[in-house]
Ligand binder design. Structure first.
Ligand code: FES
Length: 156
């Protein structure tokens, strides 16, 4: 029996469910929402942060309306994935993990999205673009800046 009473753990993944709900509402995990979740679930704030940092799906920074994933897996790297990333960095003025000042794009890198035959590959939200050339990226990005979205397999 512990000498200091401990709060019961949140039942049935209630903490994870709450984190997903916060993330869905804000696009990231604002500190004030994490404090409120800890208080309402009756768990230490450190436990909330521990769970939030464990899952890569959660972010503590505001994210862009669109998330760009540039693949730097072996097949994509060999076929120009790094050039795509360099073009994105120079065009958008951000590095991997950052969000553009206007809140439109968050750029991240990944290591293989399972579309190696289409390398180099980039994903924007749920759209996959394969056999990409760096020089068409500005045109592709403009589609998302105007919220028109895109089509798969661009550049083929
Ligand atoms: S290495 Fe890029 S999709 Fe596989």
């Amino acid at each position: 029996m512990p000498l200091i009473p401990q709060p019961p753990p949140p039942a049935g993944g209630a903490l994870l469910t709450r984190l997903h709900a916060i993330n869905a509402e804000h696009g990231y995990l604002p500190e004030e929402e994490l404090r409120r979740a800890a208080e309402e679930l009756g768990v230490p704030l450190s436990q909330v942060y521990s769970a939030a940092t464990f899952y890569a799906a959660f972010s503590f920074q505001p994210r862009g309306r669109h998330t760009i994933h540039v693949c730097l897996g072996t097949a994509c790297y060999i076929r120009g994935g790094e050039k795509l990333l360099e073009k994105l960095e120079s065009t958008l003025g951000v590095r991997p993990g950052e969000t553009t000042d206007d809140g439109t794009f968050t750029v991240e890198t990944v290591h293989c999205v399972g579309s190696c035959s289409m390398s180099p590959v980039m994903r924007v939200d749920g759209d996959t673009y394969g056999r990409l050339k760096a020089d068409i990226l500005p045109r592709l990005l403009r589609r998302y800046q105007t919220e028109a979205g895109g089509m798969s397999d661009e550049g083929t």
